[in-house]
Write a new protein. Structure first.
Length: 292
């Protein structure tokens, strides 16, 4: 393992015991197929009769990185941070709704603390349900995978953040991208980024375990990239168009539907709003300003 890449001793010293009262165990890799896949393999090898300890899997590069909907996640060496956190909960899957949004907020807060990215830094936002954006370009993504075992819910929380992408990366992908070096003007040290992420994740997940998603609604809506904007939501082959009205107490997306003329319709859903738990969100081509 390269000292230039990450220093395990420094990382261990900087981590706080905020993951169910523990510091997560560390599994560091120069290269691996996927940190999420490795976390799932490790989970499978553990005894199912006990609560697994929190563990973080971090790689310098991935050979088969994955994003949502089976998309490939570009994982060149030193171009990004590739990390998965294994956490187990004494909660049913329904009680874990909204966890991906909490993870997004933790990433946002960690970046704010580490490199001064916050509400005062124009251009940083979150896209429901699990993308980190900079000026509308993808800075990072989150992929949660759940496995249920007896009374426990095991969640692998995958996080990918762009650190220093190759200059021609946009031509290789189907979407515009951004990286932290572009934002800060310098390379962010991985050990500092991992420390900030794991500590903030532990703090926010602890609140989520005790109180659910409700305490996070205001925080989410404050940094929501599409709040008050015309959007389209794709679920398989179905499209729904409306105005994003933020999220509810379990992290579901609320849309105020539009008719074919672009006029809001109050005929469906409680209070005229439709609620969604999954899908691919994108801005529409309608010319409009933010709508209150």
């Amino acid at each position: 393992m390269s000292e230039k890449w990450i220093n395990e001793e420094r990382l261990v010293r900087a981590l706080e015991p905020v993951h169910a009262g523990l510091v997560p165990g560390l599994c560091l890799f120069e290269a691996i197929d996927s940190t999420n896949a490795e976390a799932l393999r490790r989970l499978k090898s553990m005894q199912s009769s006990r609560l697994p300890p929190p563990m973080a899997f971090i790689a310098r590069t991935q050979t088969a990185g994955r994003g949502r909907r089976g998309r490939e996640w570009m994982s060149e060496p030193d171009a990004g941070l590739y990390m998965s956190l294994l956490r187990s909960f004494d909660l049913v899957p329904d009680a874990l709704q909204g966890l991906s949004l909490v993870v997004g907020l933790a990433v946002y807060e960690a970046l704010k603390t580490l490199v001064g990215i916050g509400e005062e830094r124009e251009g940083i936002s979150l896209k429901w349900p699990n993308d980190i954006l900079y000026q509308g370009c993808k800075l990072g993504g989150i992929l949660l995978e759940l496995q249920r075992d007896e009374a426990l819910s095991h969640v692998v929380i995958g996080i990918g953040l762009n650190l220093d992408l190759p200059p021609d990366v946009d031509s290789l992908l189907d979407r515009p991208t951004a990286d932290l070096k572009q934002i800060t003007g310098e390379r962010v040290e991985p050990v500092k980024l991992v420390t900030a992420l794991l500590n903030q994740l532990g703090r926010d997940i602890a609140v989520f375990e005790e109180e659910g998603f409700a305490p996070f609604i205001e925080r989410w809506n404050r940094v929501d990239a599409y709040l008050g904007k015309n959007v389209r939501l794709q679920q398989d082959s179905k499209w729904t168009e409306g105005i994003s009205r933020g999220v509810d107490s379990s992290g579901g997306l609320l849309l105020e539907p539009l008719n074919d003329d672009g006029v809001t319709s109050h005929a469906t859903g409680e209070g005229g709003l439709l609620r969604f738990e999954g899908g691919e969100l994108s801005p529409t081509l309608r010319l409009n300003e933010d709508r209150e």
